[in-house]
Design a protein around this ligand. Sequence first.
Ligand SMILES: Cc1ncc(COP(=O)(O)O)c(C=O)c1O
Length: 505
Amino acid sequence: MSFSVVVFLEHFSHLENRSARNEMTVDSQSFGKHSYIKRDPVTQMWYNSILEIIGNTPMLRLTRVAPGIKPILLAKMENLNPGGSIKDRIGLTMIEDAERRGLIKPGGTIIEGTSGNTGMGLALAAAMKGYKCIFTMPDKMSQEKIDLLRAFGAEVIVTPTAVEPDDPRSYHSVAHRLNEEIPNSYFPNQYDNPSNPQAHYETTGPEVWEQTEGKITHFVCGIGTGGTIVGAAKYLKEKNPSIKVIGVDPEGSIYADYFKTRKLPESHPYKVEGIGQDSMPKIMDFTNIDEVIAVSDKDSFLVTRQLARKEGVFAGGSAGTATYAALKIANDLTENDIIVVIIPDHGSRYLSKLYNDTWMKDNQYLEPKLKLSAGDITHGKRGKRVLISVGTEATLMQAIKLMQENDISQLPVIENGQVVGSLTENRVLSTLVSNPTLREHKVKEFLDKPFPVVNEKISIENLYKMLDKESPAVIVKHEDSSLDIISKSDLIYAITENSTESTER
Ligand SMILES: Cc1ncc(COP(=O)(O)O)c(C=O)c1O
């Protein structure tokens, strides 16, 4: 979550009494049934409202992202909700609970400062129930996100990004003012609204339990507001306390550290959207969480892309975060284990980010892969493939001339076909500075250790490691026993001349 959202919440904290916040516990007594219905493909041929299609999402067994893992890995496909995310569940629940508590009446207005999935979930439910929606959003948000909410009839007020949170023009100040001014308006605030975890206690948890016929052993889920994990975990642990619940957090967020130390760490920026936090939401509760795993942006995005390419699961980056963690725990599990991992939202909102190769490369999540060997580099070298070398009996002056004529800064020293040493520009310079007359002395007096000799199959990565640490050049011995040299500048030339492709398969 961004800093501005935290400030936004603080800003609204005085409004708590107007929202359903006197209940902080998740239970089955104080909340009513919501408009979800159970799908029965035999008797239920159609639905009467899109709201009935929220939830009851399918589960897909993942096999291709993790060939050979022992446990069964099941993806709970929340990306297939009608609004494209797991937040459809809470959009509906928060509105229906508010109705039940008299916090919003027919014709009322839902106001939220949002750009993401919760806005979409609220807009969907509001559209069906005849409420007006007003979302305020800073102008850095993409036009697609604004248009998406408008498509559902929401009013979107775009506010300037470059103002302080308490500036009257900021998106939270505007939402605040509207909430104060508009009668019969409701501010759901998912971060401290108990209807959020309640939705998952009533729907996500039971679905996971039933779809696995009670055989689930591990539940893996990203933590954003905490709604999903708190609600679903409570239900699952009530059914079977030995189910392990694993929270997943982006590196840079507070949850993983907090879980270990019970102290709030400083947060750092990260790019995965929808999960992680920089302050603790009121609804967050670690009681039923057994472990929290932190995952990097890079691992999250690469696994998300694999989900699309290998499994046909088109999801947002946080799906990769959770799946990465699930694969990590899978290593220590057996054939008797069943892991359920939540796929929180659809990939279409991330086309310009994690599914865009340029964005991935600009952020160093995709590195160029060079499929080059030492042999490829020597064959592609500028000019002729002639190894310039010097013998031990040559004078330093002869060696210097050779370097100047060929524009090179190091020479292998070869005696009877054997590489016996090397002479580098640095060595020549330090020798001449100490005593210029030494130029008439023989090369054998100034030998450095020979450049490493490698075969032509060695990869560019290994060549680079050798050039980086051990030596300014390496000698390549070809299959026909001829010798070649690769220097750092040859490596740079080879890299820039060869087209790059991504590290992904
Ligand atoms: C995009 C997105 N939204 C929402 C969630 C659910 O988080 P929470 O229920 O904790 O807010 C996740 C969790 O992975 C997510 O990735």
